[in-house]
Design a protein around this ligand. Structure first.
Ligand SMILES: Nc1ncnc2c1ncn2[C@@H]1O[C@H](COP(=O)(O)OP(=O)(O)OP(=O)(O)O)[C@@H](O)[C@H]1O
Ligand SMILES: [Mg+2]
Length: 400
């Protein structure tokens, strides 16, 4: 196959396309149950939590697809990356609703609700955007339940309800107004509406959930929490064979096991490793050599893309690398939890002298934290990705 014509089936850094989505069956079943509750009129709120890169957005995107096609909901997935005000939030929500509706035959039914605040964008009026003045936005923030309810009335014949996933809510949650606004929103619905078929899912990191509960403790009673974790090796294997299969590339069993094992159940790793291996291959068959070359290239990409420059530099510095390598040469031995004492016995006298400094630095950088439950001298890596990355780096180091 000519390299120029190859297209990689992997999507490192973006939500996975529906046809390559794997795993999460139990979570999907649970979520679909709650969505079902809401389409019968009971408004539901879910907080989807998980570490960075564990697959939250992919799950939200899969769920939106599923409820739109199978449950007849109007589904939107809103990315609020840099949004920090309620006004911008509601604008994004209605903008997505409008864009989604635009693809439907009943678009005109709801377009009138938006009045003359719809702007046609692009050639041939293909796309629409919701661009009301600030004053209207403030009103929508205040009367959000009533606005959604009017929309639902118009949609009654067409859709069973509304599915809203609010993703990348970091900046929004940092604004204390959000927690209070959400609480009033939920209370308002509970007291004023008999039927309100709306499912809302916030998508974020654990810390963001903690912030919300500190600002508005009673808010936490409103949310059902769904947490996602690593994939199983079996799920990673399924993903790899489907992805390579889609690109018409064969994978030798030994290479497959190498990629599955190195991915360590982490979706980010699985895509980076798959992608780098895909590009390392030149003959349409992935053998062990391709997989090893791929893994080393993936380590480089992961270091640069997912670690902050400070962490990246610290982990790769000679001084610390010597200690980090002692965590274990085989991946199986690298655990997310470790004890200072157990690490210390593996170090040379010189390495021992920098150990305290090393631990402090890793803590400051947010790579490790004290493991309270483990007692004095017990630590854990903040993210599952760190120990896997450290193992990758030491593998690279050994090969050099
Ligand atoms: N269930 C899955 N099946 C296949 N690939 C997945 C799955 N979940 C996630 N991925 C892939 O893993 C990577 C991270 O996924 P995603 O962006 O959904 O994670 P996230 O938790 O939203 O990350 P962030 O915290 O950065 O927002 C992406 O490359 C995505 O394509
Ligand atoms: Mg995400």
């Amino acid at each position: 196959m000519n390299n120029k014509e190859k297209t990689s089936p992997f999507t490192p850094g973006n939500p996975v396309p529906i046809e390559l989505f794997v795993g999460r069956l139990d979570k999907i079943n649970e979520l679909v149950r709650y969505v079902g509750q809401s389409s019968s009129g009971k408004q539901e709120n879910v907080f989807l939590v998980g570490e960075r890169g564990i697959g939250k957005s992919s799950l939200a995107s899969f769920l939106r697809y599923y409820v739109s096609t199978k449950k007849n909901m109007l589904g939107i997935h809103v990315f609020l990356g840099r949004v920090s005000t309620m006004e911008e939030m509601v604008r994004h929500i209605f903008d997505e609703i409008l864009k989604e509706a635009k693809t439907q035959t009943w678009y005109e039914n709801i377009a009138q609700l938006f009045g003359n605040r719809i702007r046609q964008v692009g050639l041939f009026d293909i796309s629409v955007t919701f661009a009301p003045p600030e004053r209207d936005l403030r009103e929508l923030v205040r009367d959000f339940p009533a606005a959604l309810n009017n929309l639902l009335q118009k949609l009654k014949e067409e859709r069973a309800g509304l599915f809203i996933a609010l993703d990348d809510i970091d900046a929004l949650v940092d604004n204390a107004e959000f927690a209070n606004w959400y609480k009033s929103f939920a209370d308002d619905i509970a007291t004023h509406y008999e039927k309100f078929p709306v499912f809302i899912m916030l998508v974020g990191l654990h810390e963001k959930r903690d912030i919300l509960s500190n600002i508005q403790p009673s808010l936490m009673r409103i949310f059902r929490v769904i947490e996602i974790e690593k994939l199983t090796d079996e799920e990673v294997r399924t993903f790899m064979s489907q992805a390579f299969g889609k690109a018409d590339v064969k994978v030798e069993p030994e290479a497959m096991e190498w990629m599955v094992d190195s991915s360590s159940g982490l979706p980010v790793m699985m895509h980076e490793i798959g992608d780098a291996t895909f590009w390392a291959d030149t003959d349409g068959v992935i053998d062990k050599d391709d997989a090893v070359t791929g893994l080393l290239a993936a380590a480089e990409n992961i270091g640069q893309k997912y670690l902050t420059p400070q962490v990246y530099r610290a982990i790769r510095s000679q001084r610390y690398m010597a200690i980090l390598r002692k965590f274990g040469k085989r991946k199986q031995f690298i655990s997310r939890y470790f004890r200072k004492r157990e690490l210390e016995v593996k170090l040379t006298a010189e390495e021992k002298r920098v150990l305290n400094n090393f631990l402090r630095r890793m803590k400051d950088l947010g790579v490790i934290e004290s493991d309270i439950e483990g007692g004095v001298g017990a630590y854990r890596f903040v993210n599952d990705m760190y120990p896997v990355y450290i193992w990758l780096e030491s593998t690279r180091f050994e090969r050099r």
